[in-house]
Write a protein that binds this ligand. Structure first.
Ligand SMILES: [Mn+2]
Length: 259
């Protein structure tokens, strides 16, 4: 089965509601799985009523990074994907919103396997992995450009080698030997794994699949008003965009600051 997977806690619920609502409006047949990182009962119920599968997180012994480690929610992204129950799973950060049907993205995953999407910041890629990471854990391959991990396609069976190396580097980058050398958590770990397993050709240049927008507080007003006004503007302005990604969202920044 193919579908979308994401993860959220109670703080992250508001952007997650926007994502789920936009999915229902644009890609209603798509299966959606949410890994529960600490949702309230009411929030879980809201999701289930909309047909979303709410999954408890996998047992602690399966995690790449233990619960409670700084940003464990983000570092365990490959684990949330691997245990989503989906054979072809499209990760969307909970701070994404869908403007159009996902068919083209899901079809690419089905036809050609796992992929990441080239980052589209205006500036050069900030803070790449420490070069000494590649001395400690050598790789033979290059990738043409770094991805942004807000949107990642994974086929856990077909690309088990990539999944294993990605998960491994999340572990090494936090509690293992590469501590402090991997930047941007799951993203830096994936960059290393893509280079390790020669997946450079699977970093796709598709700006409309992960269009990064620098808003820190999506849906600070009523959700439906926000979707019908702000998001509708993006829809009109960007005919090629499928996924709008509110990177810098303050909800994940809360995990960093603990506020
Ligand atoms: Mn994000």
């Amino acid at each position: 089965m193919r579908g979308v997977v994401t993860a959220a806690d109670s703080e992250y619920f508001r952007p997650l509601q926007c994502l789920v609502t936009s999915l229902a409006g644009n890609s209603p047949a798509t299966s959606v799985v949410v890994t529960d990182l600490g949702l309230t009962d009411t929030q879980g119920e809201w999701l289930r009523r909309r047909g979303v599968t709410v999954k408890p997180k996998p047992h602690d012994c399966l995690l790449a990074v233990p619960v409670g480690h700084e940003l464990w929610q983000i570092w365990n992204k490959p684990v949330w994907m691997a245990y989503s129950g989906l054979d072809q799973c499209l990760w969307l950060d909970a701070d994404c919103v869908i403007l159009r049907p996902l068919d083209a993205i899901l079809d690419e995953l089905a036809a050609n396997g796992s992929f990441a999407v080239r980052h589209t910041y205006d500036t050069a890629y900030p803070l790449p992995n420490d070069p000494s990471l590649y001395e400690l854990f050598p790789v033979l391959h290059e990738i043409p450009y770094p991805p942004n991990n807000g949107v990642v396609g994974l086929d856990p069976d077909r690309d088990a080698d990539l999944l294993m190396q990605w998960t491994r580097m999340c572990h090494e980058g936090t509690v293992g030997r590469a501590r402090q050398l991997v930047t941007w958590q799951d993203e830096g770990a994936l960059i290393w794994a893509l280079r390790k397993r020669d997946y450079g050709h699977r970093v796709l240049d598709r700006p409309g699949w992960n269009r990064i927008v620098g808003t820190d507080d999506p849906a600070s007003t009523d959700m439906h008003t926000w979707l019908d006004t702000e998001v509708a503007k993006w829809h009109a302005r960007e005919p090629e965009t499928i996924v709008l990604h509110f990177s810098q969202c303050k909800f994940w920044l809360k995990w960093v600051t603990g506020l």
